[in-house]
Design a protein around this ligand. Structure first.
Ligand SMILES: Cc1cc2nc3c(=O)[nH]c(=O)nc-3n(C[C@H](O)[C@H](O)[C@H](O)COP(=O)(O)O)c2cc1C
Length: 247
């Protein structure tokens, strides 16, 4: 049951080190075209892709994303934005009401954006490139907005470093299938806890081996810690200021 697509999907790992080779324009064009062929809720296509190849801008974005140096080092950094601005123009063109206050619209745009981004990453990998998505782009959304001249109704959702891989990291083990896939109804808490304990062992082993023993917490411990404090609390105000009301 293996084929090239399945092998590509199941050999995913994020790439954070790149060779100095530039990405040819025709390769970039295939990547963004593939992104555009993602399905879209109600065909709203509520996203935009900002291609950043300007060295100064990449450097600034790497700092704004929390000092992630691969943003600066990759030849091309893509910023995927949820985007209802283009849709606001359709309302202007046709002099209709523009109603985007509901949370539904943010969900639609975020999902569309993520689908386009993943298509881009898969297309890039199929052409020999590698990359990593960068949620750090949401650390300082106001500055990102200013740097990239983002209009109202746009939200930078994720960045993506792209380039030719200069590393082949281990694959990170995923959650056991039994804890993720449910048949006909959601399974019992007991099953989930059993699988999570199993995953804690698997992932702890992975981190111990990968870091030579420096890091040993498994996934459940890491997630418990990750979710123990609020994150990016500034986003609500930013999103509201961009014209989405959370109604
Ligand atoms: C939306 C999104 C945002 C992410 N943001 C970052 C980031 O800011 N920095 C980073 O190094 N990795 C980031 N990642 C990569 C994840 O850390 C990575 O996908 C995860 O640890 C699993 O590892 P793998 O992709 O190598 O399998 C992000 C991934 C996604 C999907």
């Amino acid at each position: 049951m293996r084929n090239k697509t399945i092998e590509l999907l199941q050999s995913h790992r994020s790439i954070r080190k790149f060779t100095a080779d530039p990405i040819p324009p025709e390769v970039l064009d295939e990547i963004v075209t593939s992104a555009q062929w993602a399905p879209s809720s109600h065909h709203v296509q509520a996203y935009s892709i900002i291609v950043v190849d300007d060295a100064e801008k990449k450097k600034t974005l790497s700092e704004l994303a929390g000092g992630q140096k691969y943003v600066d080092e990759c030849p091309i950094f893509l910023v995927f934005c949820a985007d209802f601005y283009r849709l606001s123009l359709t309302a202007e063109m046709h002099e209709t009401n523009f109603e985007i206050a509901e949370v539904e619209n943010i969900l639609v745009a975020a999902v569309d954006t993520a689908l386009a981004a993943e298509n881009a990453l898969i297309a890039a990998r199929s052409l020999g490139l590698g990359g990593v998505m960068i949620g750090g782009i949401r650390n300082n959304p106001e500055q990102v907005k200013e740097l990239l001249a983002l209009p109202p109704y746009t939200i930078p959702i994720m960045g993506m470093c792209l380039g030719y891989p200069n590393q082949q990291p281990w694959q990170k083990p995923r959650t056991p299938k039994n804890a993720v896939v449910h048949y006909n109804q959601y399974q019992s808490k007991e099953t989930l806890v059993r699988e999570l304990n199993h995953y804690e062992d698997i992932s702890s082993d992975y981190y111990k081996k990968r870091t030579g023993g420096v890091r040993s917490d498994g996934w459940t411990k890491q997630m418990a810690s990750y979710l123990s404090k609020p994150r990016r609390v500034h986003l609500k105000e930013f999103i509201q200021n961009q014209g989405f009301d959370f109604k």
